[in-house]
Structure formats: structure tokens, C-alpha cells
Design a protein around this ligand. Sequence first.
Ligand SMILES: [Zn+2]
Length: 91
Amino acid sequence: MTSDAILFTVVFGGLFVLRIIAATIVFLVLLPKGDQCPLCDDPTLRVESFLFGRVMPWFRKSWCLTCGWTGLLRTGPLTETPATREPAARR
Ligand SMILES: [Zn+2]
């Protein structure tokens, strides 16, 4: 009886963890690498985040000054010129 409960917990707990790992890997492959905004191609700024800065450092939480997009990018090569341009008007 008790061993069944343990087995159930281990199997479903394991599946749950595996699902999270698989989702993370798929997400990582799909995300664009570098610091370019997926909407307007301008360099984005890195946003401080405990989860994506320390726990999962291969993700880069980004904010685009030009179009206001925020989201995740993959850690990759950075654009030479920093985002110093005046923010353009929203389309
Ligand atoms: Zn943008």
C-alpha cells in the first residue's frame, strides 16, 4: 500500500520534472540567440531577473527600448553598439 504510493509519487513526480526539462530544452532551441529584438532587430537591454539570471543563466530576459518588447532570448553574442538610440514612436 505505502510502496504503491511511493511508486506513484516517484513515477509522476519524475514525469513532471522530465516534462519541465523537455519544455526548457525545446524553448531554448526555439529562442533566438543574441540580444537582437525579434520584432524590430534592434539590440535589447538585459533585464535583471533572479530566475533567468541565476537559476537559468542560459536565458536572457530582454527589454527592447525601440519597440517596447519584453521577453526571453538565448544568451549569445552581443551587438557591438549598445542601445543608445532614441526610442521610436510605437507603431
Ligand atoms: Zn524591438
